[in-house]
Each structure stands twice: as C-alpha cells, then as structure tokens.
Design a protein around this ligand. Structure first.
Ligand code: SME
Length: 168
C-alpha cells in the first residue's frame, strides 16, 4: 500500500504477504523517510505510532513517557487508554523498571497487567532509552493471543532505534 502525503513523495506500507522481517525492514526505511528533516517530538512520535499501527493489524500502538516519576500517555493510535502508569506497575511499568523488552503471550497470565481495553490479549513493550536511562516505552497491544514473537521484538526494536535517532 502506498500513502501519498502532502509533504512527501510517497510512503510504502509493506505488504502483509512479505516475510515479517522484510516487512519490518521496509517499515524502518519508511519510518526513517517519514521522520527525515523533522525533529519535533510530538510530530515524529505521532507519525511513528500511526505508521506502525497501519502497517499491522494491532489493536493499539503508542508511547508512554517518563514524567515526574510516572509513565504518561503519549502519541498513540487505537482506543482511548490509561493516562498514567506507576513505576513497576503493569507491563509498561515493569519494562520501565527492568529496562528490558517484555513480551506477554497472554495478558491474563501477567500479574498486574493493566487492562486499558478488554480486547487486548497479548502485548509487547519496548523500553526507550536516552543515555542508558529509560525515558519511555513503545507499547503494542493485540486482540489475539500469542500474536508477538522474537521477530516482532527485533523488528519493533529497530523501529524504536530509528525513532530515537530523530527525536534526540
Ligand atoms: N496494558 C498496559 C497498559 C497500557 S495499555 O495496554 C495501552 C500495561 O499493563 O502496562
């Protein structure tokens, strides 16, 4: 699928028929093109959430950012979500606390999972670092059980790497 935007030539959304890692590689290139020349934090994180959301069939894609010792909701695509998450709480708070990617095949089996939406069945959270400190997380929710694997972990991490190069 190709989107035509006001200010860009075109933007490819990888075909769902491609192998997953190829889709992530194409998506990383699209994200890089989308963010090129722009440093505004809100603009870039909003476009990153939109691009990832529309490239896959996920229920929710968005960011939480560390502010005053809490995670606060940032740019996202999907249904309305919890606004604040405490350190160590839920999947997002645990990813912040541990600084590690957390892949949850079944949210019902994750103690303390915060159900912003009853539709979410599995979840992937990628911590975002600035100078070795977690400054936020990318959170992806799926309506399906076991919807994430090691390739999604690696692929989403590569997208976060592209983003962090553009938001400073
Ligand atoms: N499920 C998350 C909360 C955020 S929403 O999924 C958007 C958690 O347990 O941290």
């Amino acid at each position: 699928m190709t989107y035509y935007l006001c200010c860009m030539e075109n933007l490819s959304i990888p075909s769902a028929h491609l192998p997953k890692m190829e889709r992530y590689q194409q998506l990383a290139r699209s994200l890089s093109a989308l963010l090129a020349g722009e440093t505004d934090f809100t603009a870039n994180t909003a476009n990153a959430a939109a691009l990832i959301f529309h490239a896959f069939d996920f229920h929710w894609v968005g960011f939480y950012w560390v502010k005053d010792n809490e995670l606060v909701l940032g740019a996202f695509q999907g249904p309305v979500a919890c606004t604040r998450i405490a350190f160590g709480k839920g999947v997002c708070g645990k990813a912040w606390e541990s600084g590690k990617v957390i892949l949850v095949p079944d949210v019902n089996d994750f103690p303390g999972h915060i159900a912003c939406s009853a539709i979410s069945q599995s979840e992937l959270v990628i911590p975002i670092f600035n100078k070795e400190k977690v400054v936020g997380v990318l959170d992806i929710d799926s309506a399906y059980l076991n919807d994430f694997d090691a390739e999604d972990e690696k692929g989403m991490q590569s997208l976060v790497n592209v983003l962090t190069q553009h938001v400073g």
